[in-house]
Design a protein around this ligand. Structure first.
Ligand code: GAL
Length: 443
């Protein structure tokens, strides 16, 4: 579907919400880290977590800014809580040092540690959840030295479900078909103007926010409710980041699908609040190097948290290089520019087309280092992509030559006039940092 320009204008004038601002700038910029799920699923233990932490240091990822080492689902005793204290218990076989021992070891490396819970009676893997126990568990997490909580959405009790359904494009199984950018109407749709911040989902996530804020420890709060209940409208005052989709998978069609979905939600991203496109799959499944480059480039350009999800001790150097790309990380972590890159032209499709296979291809964003310009090839074969300075927001002011650096090689292309035309491999991305104007105004 084409989005009418009136709809775009309305989006651009959305009132700004009060963001969740935490101490020490935690959550101001999108998080950088590693998480166990995409690599190991439930098969997690202390050795794997500490291996990842050590690899983050030895591969130079820590020096590149990666900070959080996050333990995902299946870390606790499944059968229940401590009889006396009611506390959740770390699985003694998987974590013989306890979460506290692992947290100490991670902190000793100069890194931070994250854990996982669920705003329901059980986590998605069937381990004890937090609903009704938010204060106790937040206090336990804080006492263990936790710095980051990923909060999932499984096993919601029936008295906590939402009154209405909200449409999430990739969850048509739950909400009915989402065709050409529009959800099918259903009897349980919310009435026009319904305020989703009053929903039970928003309420469940606020209870944990308040429990975390009551601790004497700063804990980054990462909402994982898969984009439901229109989270983009209340996520910013509830958490530091919020998932906008269902789970990612390590194949290109899913990467392109999430890229497409998020490209319509970018007005909700800035300092102190980030759409989470889900954890990285670089190193997993059948993603080619070209696809891995594009995956990383667009997650960084849209300022999603960048949480690595692969076994670092077996990751090839080619992939480590992608994760350490200094131009993309500088854009992602820019201290002066909080807004993400946005599409300036769709390319294969007409502008504003919602399409999971051929999302927007031409993107730009401002940063301290210059304008980041990306050109994606969504097609299955090589294709020419032409970046014309005159079409790029901020570069169309009449001066037509700029100093350019290519982001994958770091090579300076010198003073480039008019733009760049280049052949881009299937699913690959050409990327440039466009710096200073290098020719005076022409007469
Ligand atoms: C899903 C979540 C995944 C992972 C998994 C664990 O709901 O989106 O990222 O955390 O649960 O069971």
């Amino acid at each position: 579907m084409r989005y009418p320009s009136a709809a775009i204008a309305a989006l651009l004038t959305l009132p700004s919400v009060q963001a969740l601002v935490q101490k020490h700038n935690v959550g101001k910029l999108p998080a950088l880290g590693w998480n166990s799920w995409n690599a190991f699923y439930c098969n997690v233990n202390e050795t794997k977590i500490l291996t990842a932490a050590n690899q983050m240091v030895s591969l130079g990822l820590k020096d590149s800014g990666y900070q959080y080492v996050n333990i995902d689902d299946c870390w606790s005793v499944k059968s229940g809580r401590d009889n006396k204290t009611g506390q959740i218990i770390p699985d003694p076989e998987k974590f013989p040092s306890g979460i506290i021992g692992v947290a100490d070891a991670i902190h000793a490396l100069g890194l931070k540690v994250g854990i996982y819970g669920s705003a329901g009676t059980e986590t998605c893997g069937g381990y004890p959840g937090q609903i009704g126990q938010e204060s106790l568990d937040a206090a336990t997490f804080a006492a263990w030295g936790i710095d980051y909580l990923k909060y999932d959405n499984c096993y919601v009790p029936s008295n906590w479900t939402d009154q209405y359904n909200a449409c999430v494009p990739d969850q048509w199984q739950v909400y009915g078909p989402y065709v050409n950018g529009t959800c099918s109407k259903s009897a349980t749709d919310a009435p026009a103007g319904y305020d989703w911040s009053t929903s039970n989902t928003a309420h469940r996530y606020r209870i944990m926010r308040d429990a975390l804020l009551a601790q004497n420890r700063t804990i980054l709060y990462s909402l994982c409710e898969w984009g439901q209940a229109d989270v983009v409208v209340w996520g910013n005052n509830t958490g530091n980041s919020w998932r906008i989709s269902g789970d990612i998978n390590p194949w290109w069609a899913r990467i392109a699908e999430i890229l497409n979905e998020n490209s319509f939600l970018l007005n909700h991203v800035n300092f102190w609040g980030h759409n989470d496109m889900d954890m990285l799959e670089i190193g997993n499944g059948n993603l080619t190097l070209a696809e891995s480059r594009s995956h990383f480039a667009f997650w960084a350009a849209m300022k999603s948290p960048l949480i690595i999800g692969t076994a670092l001790d077996t990751l090839p150097a080619t992939h480590v290089d992608i994760l350490r790309n200094k131009y993309l990380l500088a854009f992602h972590q820019d201290a002066s520019h909080g807004a993400p890159a946005t599409p300036y032209k769709w390319g294969t499709n007409p502008d504003w087309t919602f399409n999971a296979t051929n999302p927007a291809e031409y993107w730009s964003g401002k940063s301290t280092q210059g304008t980041l310009v990306l050109a994606l090839n969504t097609l299955a074969t090589n294709a020419t992509r032409e970046i014309i300075w005159n079409e790029v927001p901020g570069l169309e002011d009449g001066r037509d030559a700029f100093e350019v650096t290519e982001i994958w090689s770091g090579k300076s292309l010198g003073c480039v006039e008019h733009g760049i035309k280049t052949v881009v491999g299937s699913h690959d991305t050409a990327g440039y940092v466009v710096g200073k104007n290098c020719i005076q105004y022409r007469s």
